[in-house]
Design a protein around this ligand. Structure first.
Ligand code: MF3
Ligand code: CO
Length: 249
């Protein structure tokens, strides 16, 4: 499938979809805490998305049963909210999607619950830097590989494992559009970036091995060695000048 460029008007709709997910994650940042189940948190998220006049983007997507993906510690992404209780010292990745006027917004952050270990704190800091480095390469005239290589360089500078089984993606009227956006790979690869492209850039970074597997629920990815994993994601568009992050409040 070809890469779908968006018009200025479409970008502004996507910005509204992105604002919904950003505000939802800001709400999560304020309310997440020990003792809450991931299922309870998902309920709050769904209500918050709908109150802003948007539709939860993930619910029903390929049969996905919830509004958010909530993945704790060794869970990488696509954790299905349910009875798991959030505990002090855990890191909790919350991935949220929205649909506004037919367009998707998609963003994720990993939250520290209370005091976390030094190694988890380093992981969160590094993964945020991975995302920032990737976004900084989302510029007209660069190749997609510039983004991938920038993310890889930051992660590997601290010896972290880069998840390879999952990648970022183009986004628009569909949550997943071309191109795929890997978090590793050579600079001089992939399509040349053009004004109007919209990409969801989403490094998934592990303290240990890059290897992951899927739990019997068919959705939840976990690290093979059981060590913690972090995930940050923004929806970003290529402009004539600076990268424009659509998933900001
Ligand atoms: N945010 C995820 C992504 O970027 C999508 C979640 S998959 C779903 O690919 F099925 F839960 F929607
Ligand atoms: Co995504």
């Amino acid at each position: 499938m070809a890469i779908v460029l968006k018009t200025k008007e479409e970008i502004e709709i996507m910005r509204r979809a992105g604002q919904v997910v950003a505000r939802t994650l800001d709400m999560v940042a304020k309310t997440i805490g020990p003792g809450q189940t991931t299922g309870e948190l998902d309920q709050v998220i769904e209500e918050f998305i709908r109150d802003q006049g948007a539709i939860p983007g993930f619910k029903g997507y390929h049969g996905y049963p919830a509004s958010a993906c909530i993945s704790i510690d060794e869970e990488v992404v696509h954790g299905i909210p349910g009875k798991r209780v959030i505990r002090e010292g855990e890191i909790v990745s919350v991935d949220v999607g929205s649909i506004m006027e037919g367009f998707y917004g998609d963003s994720a952050r990993t939250f520290a619950v209370g005091e976390i270990s030094e190694s988890k704190a380093r992981l969160l800091e590094n993964t945020q830097r991975c995302l920032a480095a990737g976004i900084d390469k989302a510029r007209k005239g660069n190749r997609l590989g510039h983004i991938s290589a920038a993310v890889q360089q930051v992660a590997e500078s601290e010896g972290f494992g880069i998840v390879r089984a999952l990648v970022g993606h183009g986004i628009g009227r569909n949550m997943h559009e071309d191109p795929q956006v890997p978090n590793f790979g050579p600079k001089d690869s992939g399509p040349v970036l053009k004004v109007g492209m919209v990409l969801a850039i989403e490094p998934m970074i592990n303290i240990g091995t890059y290897k992951v597997y899927t739990k019997p629920d068919g959705w939840t990815y976990v690290t093979e060695d059981g060590l913690p994993s972090a995930h940050y994601e923004h929806t970003v568009t290529i402009t004539e000048n600076e990268p424009d992050i659509l998933s900001l409040p």
